[in-house]
Design a protein around this ligand. Structure first.
Ligand SMILES: Cc1cc2nc3c(=O)[nH]c(=O)nc-3n(C[C@H](O)[C@H](O)[C@H](O)COP(=O)(O)O)c2cc1C
Length: 385
């Protein structure tokens, strides 16, 4: 197996069998309709990804409330009318031999929604910063959530999980990283509340712990749940690895079966999809440190571009699974090709991050090296499936 025995050793999570340890991490595409339905483009994209031979395909951040959408044309899960399209998406992933999953998300103060007022734990705006791009952008000041609204969003996560399960998702991931609403609660930088949801870590974690417990109650004990965290905010005053090592067992006790370890937030966006300057495998030490304090499988992610590196990470016990985003966007066949030892024909990601930057454009996600990515154009509009 080309020296990739660990990568191609199946793993089972709550009875769900993953044929191998490679994960496609959640990537928003902007291929949905303006009102969040699955389109032919989205189906085409996940068809190409899931037939590439990977174990777990996590559909990108999908909104649990109307005002929680992170980018234009992302998918929604906040109403029953979205179940039909999502079921077609999960069916295609499953048919291709990968386990279908979805990331549930609320962007809070990072929401993209010209017609809504963003909400957050505290009325503190986010300053998006990229040193690499020389970019500094102040986002809209959010309104502070009331206690009733917080509980409603917790319920919305659980209700969306039930919808996703009904549609055929076999694992649910909570978007707890990158400065989205759950991370906004966790971080002292964006959470200045004086009630039960602010202050000490136990209070800042209440939102995610309640989301996990409410979801667990709604989907039953045998359904796999995962939480994605930024184990380091990579901004002074944000969540530290030390705190994340206390947080991780709290999340497991609340009911998650897998932890997905990322880092960064919009204030230091270069870490989210690590730029060339940031370097490769930057979150692997964080994954390893989290793995030491919990007894559930850990997914490592962040600038891991080939399966030999993934093999080494798993072999050295630093993580149990490896997510590769841009590498699979650049060449969705990377897993099959590597399995067959055909390393020479792999199209390599050049780390230009055009894929992430293009999310704000009408075209949706673009890739410089993968010209086969489905395109949105006036000739090929956003047709609902
Ligand atoms: C186009 C694009 C969309 C993304 N969308 C999401 C998302 O919806 N949710 C999320 O948690 N991370 C998102 N990310 C971050 C990726 O999941 C991943 O963590 C990051 O790209 C680092 O992995 P990589 O170096 O293998 O690409 C996105 C990244 C890209 C490039």
């Amino acid at each position: 197996m080309s020296g990739l025995d660990k990568v191609f050793t199946p793993i089972e999570i709550k009875g769900v069998k993953l044929p191998n340890r490679i994960v496609f991490p959640p990537t928003d595409t902007g291929f949905g309709t303006a009102d969040g339905f699955v389109t032919i483009r989205e189906l085409d994209y996940y068809t190409r990804i899931s037939r590439g031979g990977l174990g777990l395909t996590i559909v990108g951040a999908s909104a649990v409330t109307e005002n929680g959408r992170g980018f234009p044309n992302v998918l929604n899960v906040y109403a029953d009318r979205y179940i039909e399209g999502l079921s077609k998406l999960f069916a295609v992933i499953k048919k291709n031999g990968s386990v279908p999953a979805i990331q549930l998300s609320h962007a809070g103060r990072q929401a993209w929604m010209p017609s809504f007022e963003p909400v957050a734990p505290s009325p503190i705006p986010c300053t998006l910063k990229s040193e690499g791009q020389g970019l500094v952008m102040e986002l809209v000041k959010p309104r502070e959530l009331s206690l009733i609204e917080i509980e409603e969003i917790e319920d919305a996560f659980a209700a969306s999980a039930v919808r996703a399960k009904k549609a055929g998702a076999e694992l649910i991931e909570f978007h707890g990283c990158h400065g989205y609403l759950i991370h906004q609660f966790l971080s002292p930088l964006s959470n200045k509340r004086n009630d039960d949801y602010g202050g000490i870590l136990e209070n800042r974690a209440r939102f995610i712990v309640n989301i996990i417990m409410k979801t667990r109650e709604s989907v039953g004990n045998n359904f796999p749940l995962c939480c994605r965290i930024s184990a380091e905010g990579r901004v002074e005053g944000d969540l530290t690895l030390e705190e994340s090592r206390i947080l991780a067992p709290m999340l497991v006790d609340a009911g998650v079966d897998v932890l997905h370890v990322s880092s960064g937030r919009f204030e230091n966006i270069d870490y989210i999809s690590p730029t060339k300057e940031i370097g490769e495998c930057v979150n692997v030490p964080l994954a390893e440190a989290i793995k030491e304090c919990v007894d559930v499988p850990i997914i490592a992610v962040g600038a891991i571009f080939d399966l030999k590196t993934a093999e080494k990470i798993i072999e050295e016990g630093k993580a149990d699974m490896v997510a590769m985003g841009r590498a699979q966007i650049a060449d969705p066949e990377i897993v099959n090709k590597s399995k067959g030892g055909d390393f020479d024909s792999i199209v390599t990601c050049i780390v230009c991050n055009e894929c992430g930057l293009s999310l704000y454009m009408e075209s949706g996600m673009r890739c410089v090296v993968n010209k086969n990515l489905p395109k949105i154009s006036p000739e090929t509009p956003r047709i609902r499936v």
